[in-house]
Design a binder for this molecule. Structure first.
Ligand code: SF4
Length: 372
């Protein structure tokens, strides 16, 4: 712990290099020294009494109505926020669907419960609307691990490459890219670009990038970023848990390391994993993604048994709890406060928003062609 009570995590060059040397086929991992990322501690919550919680939710619902506002929450946020979003006419979704929903909704204020890049994306697509977030400090290790100056330098070294970035990036990084993708649409976009003969530079999540490479057969240059939550899932523990539950299907998010992905029955975006629980005949599921997703899974498939994939083990850290510490910063209390005070507003300069909108809009337009 440092003096601010925060745990420093080093995504250092030596760690990147050891990863690059440990597995074959990773020579296309960029040799970039990533910045030091400070992961916040998991908050200690004082649980409200049921009556207080209901009163708080009612107060928030009234403010949403009065302010012509809609609440859009990510699957990884607290169950109370997810339930409130749905009860008030908002939505609970993955980042692609959150962006689509926010763009189509007529509300004048969008309240985004998630992490900062999600609020920025909503603002970029809706520059005339007010976008609020319960906590502007809720970021993401992928976003923080891909600063614009380093990323620009990296892209400039490969001017003949099409730059494809994951949605978990800042507005500046999006503006420097040609395409933005989410995990749900990465595969068809990369196939599409490869068919057009384009060379691809991928950032910032190396694990998702490697997964996309493996499935498409398309070689890409990878930025060496990673998600501190998904990187913690352990293959060895997963094998042991599977031995205890041989009928369980293993569901893995592709931000996880390759050896974990290799054990999966289903690899996919949050939406794809939820859909797997709903539709597969298995009764038990071992789930390797943020535990916040269990709320929607339980809701859609109440008779299924959900088991969290193991994260702990030798060398386990405080990140090893399958809860994103930034997503956890979203609370009902903070949501009420930003609606009362107007604090927590996301601002993106109009010229930056205009540049960042181009690759996002490209993704949304491409997604529409897939649904036809
Ligand atoms: S779970 Fe990982 S990718 Fe998602 S917001 Fe948290 S740190 Fe970022």
């Amino acid at each position: 712990m440092n003096s601010a009570g925060r745990r420093p995590v080093f995504l250092s060059q030596s760690r990147q290099q050891s990863m690059a040397m440990s597995t074959e086929g990773q020579e296309n991992l960029a040799n970039v020294r990533l910045p030091r990322i400070t992961v916040p501690p998991h908050p200690i919550r004082l649980e409200l009494a049921p009556r207080e919680k209901e009163a708080l939710k009612e107060r928030i619902s009234s403010m949403l109505r009065e302010q012509n506002a809609v609440l859009v929450a990510h699957y990884y946020t607290d169950a109370d926020l997810q339930d409130l979003a749905e009860a008030t006419g908002g939505c609970v979704a993955d980042s692609l669907e959150m962006a689509r929903f926010a763009a189509a909704h007529p509300a004048q204020t969008l309240v985004v419960a998630g992490v900062r890049f999600m609020g920025e994306t909503s603002k970029i697509l809706n520059n005339e609307k007010r976008v609020l977030m319960p906590d502007l400090g809720a970021t993401c290790s992928l976003d923080e691990g891909c600063p614009i100056d380093l990323f620009t330098e990296f892209c400039d070294r490969h001017p003949d490459h099409t730059v494809v970035v994951y949605a978990n990036t800042s507005a500046e990084v999006k503006a420097r890219s040609h395409w933005v993708v989410t995990s749900g649409i990465a595969l068809p976009v990369v196939r599409h670009l490869a068919e057009r003969g384009e060379k691809i530079l991928w950032g910032p999540d190396q694990h998702l990038g490697r997964y996309v490479q493996r499935l498409t057969g398309v070689e890409m240059i990878l930025w060496p970023g990673s998600c501190v939550v998904h990187e913690e899932f352990k293959a060895e523990g997963l094998v042991k848990l599977r031995a205890l539950h041989p009928e369980a299907a293993i569901l893995v998010h592709p931000e996880s390391p390759a050896e974990v992905v290799a054990l999966a029955d289903v690899v996919g975006s949050t939406t794809a994993l939820i859909e797997a629980v709903r539709t597969l005949p298995n009764r038990e599921f071992i789930v390797a993604t943020d535990a916040g997703i269990f709320n929607k899974m339980h809701q859609l498939a109440p008779d299924k048994i959900l088991l969290g994939a193991p994260t702990a083990g030798e060398g386990a850290t405080c990140e090893s709890c399958a809860r994103c510490p930034w997503m956890e910063m979203n609370t009902l209390e903070k949501l009420a406060r930003v609606l009362e005070t107007g604090e927590g507003e996301i601002h993106v300069a109009p010229d930056l928003a205009a540049r960042a909108r181009i690759p996002i809009q490209r993704m949304l337009d491409f997604a529409r062609t897939l649904r036809r």
